[in-house]
Design a protein. Structure first.
Length: 236
């Protein structure tokens, strides 16, 4: 049977071991804290810098996008305002032409726009004529478009009938309710100098349509548009 002294010695030994272990753990912790921190990982630092740079770029891009959206919105508002103003001016001009210049309008038909463009050569001419209906009508406007080019040949006045120079007479047929875009092409004779273009819409008498013509003349140089020229030498 163990004596009281033996038990006390055992307890003292265990306590001493526990105290020693605790002191050792504390010493290790103190030494660990006193050690300098490990050097930063250069890859991690580089990655962090990239993230910051991307965040800055994203913020700048969002700001630029907001500015662009506001600019586009303002431009759209301005464009709508200008279009409304232009439409109002066109309506006023149509009213004036109908009252003061009735030869420009008949059966509610009006020549809206005429465009001439040089083609593959100086003599090759493409033309476009936009015709519009200004009045409310249930029936189609029917007729023919005629173009005459006034100019000179060898110093003598001459008139060219474009109807005889287009590939097909069907290109000049008119049949529409609201508007029609007539376009075709022809070639000027060599040596002919154009000066004016006369555009005529011929509408024969038929049911719901009076016999009438709409005529307008334009200076050739104000209508003709030159083709785009290559910027770089030798470009085609």
């Amino acid at each position: 049977m163990l004596s009281f002294k033996t038990i006390n010695k055992a307890r003292f030994s265990v306590t001493t071991l526990l105290v020693a272990a605790l002191i050792g753990a504390i010493s290790i912790a103190i030494v660990w804290k006193q050690q300098p921190p490990p050097p930063p990982d250069p890859k991690l630092a580089e990655l962090s810098q990239r993230v910051k740079s991307m965040e800055s770029s994203l913020a700048q891009a969002n700001m630029a996008l907001d500015i662009e959206r506001k600019t586009i919105s303002e431009m759209n508002s301005t464009l709508l305002s200008l279009q409304a103003e232009s439409l109002e001016q066109q309506l006023a001009l149509r009213f004036y032409q109908k009252v003061m210049a009735p030869e420009y309008t008949a059966n509610g038909v009006h020549i809206e726009k005429v465009i001439l463009t040089q083609g593959i050569s100086d003599r090759h001419i493409r033309f476009e004529v936009l015709i519009a209906q200004l009045e409310k009508r249930k029936r189609y406007i029917k007729g023919n478009l005629a173009l005459e080019v006034f100019g000179s040949f060898d110093g003598k006045p001459q008139v060219l009938n474009v109807s005889e120079m287009v590939k097909s007479a069907k290109d000049l047929k008119v049949s529409f309710r609201f508007f029609q875009h007539v376009k075709s092409d022809f070639e000027l004779p060599e040596g002919f100098m154009p000066e004016r273009l006369k555009v005529i819409i011929k509408m024969p008498r038929q049911r719901g349509q009076k016999a009438a013509n709409v005529t307008q003349e334009y200076p050739w140089n104000e209508l003709i548009k030159l083709p785009m020229q290559p910027i770089l030498p030798g470009a085609s």
